[in-house]
Design a protein around this ligand. Structure first.
Ligand code: NAP
Length: 318
């Protein structure tokens, strides 16, 4: 495993981080809690030390699963959780009011069974709450020792400028993969300039870049909704994405790695990416994803993937 420092902190995070959205058991199909716990433990034993979670994942269920899995190994993990987005039935509601932030954090600490969260991230911007009010509450909570470092997800440059005037942040969590690279134009140079870490998500485009879906999957069950967030599974995009997967598969075969490992390795070797979060539903996926940081694609392979991804992305219907 490779580890990378986050500027201005004592944190050294693994280049591959573990995502836990699926453990909420409401968006990535039916997920078995025991398998989720085994996946977390395997990830940690394989060198992954960053675990990203959120109250919104299964309305707190994913955080409970993380809490159970890390009992006894808490000193080996860096926990990143979030505030300001909660579930109301199937809806995700954004609310960064001071009261919601305090409630979110207190519930997260309970569910995770920790006294302090290492990286505490605003999940999504909330246009209805002045950022100043949210930050004031977050500063109080930090002073109370409830979290260590503040961070954000899904912020654009205007919002990053604004929050940096109000508080110190250490990282941004944006979506980034061979199928989604819009942050390369302005956000990545901004993060590099201001020494902010990029904790990127959706590294496998929700699973499609693993290449295991040979037919367009039927995601119509009530527990499966990932295609509304990751539009790469849509009928209009299916054929195009398969062309990219063919290139990934060829490079994987040449390296004796899996397509998932190639897609992850490409992401962690791109400029400005500190760590790439990948969801893993079982121990096999967790070990495989950790193994994606145990080799390096050649420059030529990186270029080939980037070129093919450019061609495909320009034609995707998002
Ligand atoms: N801040 C935000 O707004 C935000 C938004 C989205 C995600 N995130 C975070 O980022 C994390 C990662 O993104 P994600 O989980 O949404 O998507 P992802 O990592 O692109 O895809 C994860 C899915 O891919 C499949 N998979 C994983 N490893 C595999 C392997 N080795 N071989 C074959 N299939 C594999 C699994 O689903 P199947 O086996 O069912 O295909 C898994 O659930 C999330 O879990 C979450 O922590 C944050």
């Amino acid at each position: 495993m490779q580890y990378r420092e986050i500027a201005g902190t004592d944190l050294k995070v693994s280049a591959v981080g573990l995502g836990t959205w699926a453990y909420g058991n409401d968006t990535f199909g039916r997920v078995d809690d025991q398998k989720s716990i085994q996946a977390i433990k395997t990830a940690v034993f394989s060198g992954i030390n960053l675990i990203d979670t959120a109250p919104a994942y299964g309305d707190g269920h994913a955080e409970k699963i993380v809490g159970k899995a890390i009992k006894g190994i808490k000193d080996q993990v860096i926990i990143a959780s979030k505030c300001g987005t909660y579930r109301d039935g199937s809806k995700y509601i954004r609310d960064l009011s001071p009261a919601r932030i305090r409630k979110d954090l207190e519930l997260s600490l309970d569910r995770l069974e920790v006294e302090e969260i290492d990286i505490y991230q605003i999940h999504w911007p909330d246009p209805d709450t002045p950022l100043e009010e949210s930050i004031e509450e977050l500063k109080k909570l930090k002073n109370e020792g409830k979290f260590k470092y503040l961070a954000v997800c899904n912020f654009d440059i205007n919002l990053l400028d604004k929050i940096r005037e109000l508080a110190d942040i250490i990282s941004l969590q944006p979506q980034y993969s061979l199928l989604k690279r819009d942050i390369e134009a302005k956000i990545i140079p901004y993060l590099i300039e201001h020494q902010l870490a990029a904790i990127s998500y959706g590294t496998l485009g929700g699973g499609i870049l693993s290449g295991k879906y040979k037919k367009r999957p039927d995601f119509s069950s009530d527990k499966e909704n990932r295609d509304s967030f990751y539009p790469f599974f849509k009928k209009e995009n299916w054929g195009l994405v398969q062309k990219l997967i063919k290139v990934i598969e060829e490079i994987a075969a040449a390296n004796r790695k899996t397509p998932a490992q190639v897609a992850i390795n490409w992401a962690i070797n791109r400029a400005g990416i500190t760590t790439a979060l990948v969801g893993a539903k079982n121990k096999k996926q967790a070990a495989e994803n950790a193994g994606a940081a145990e080799f390096n694609l050649s420059e030529k392979e990186m270029e080939l993937l980037t070129e093919k991804s450019d061609q495909i992305i320009s034609k995707l219907e998002l």
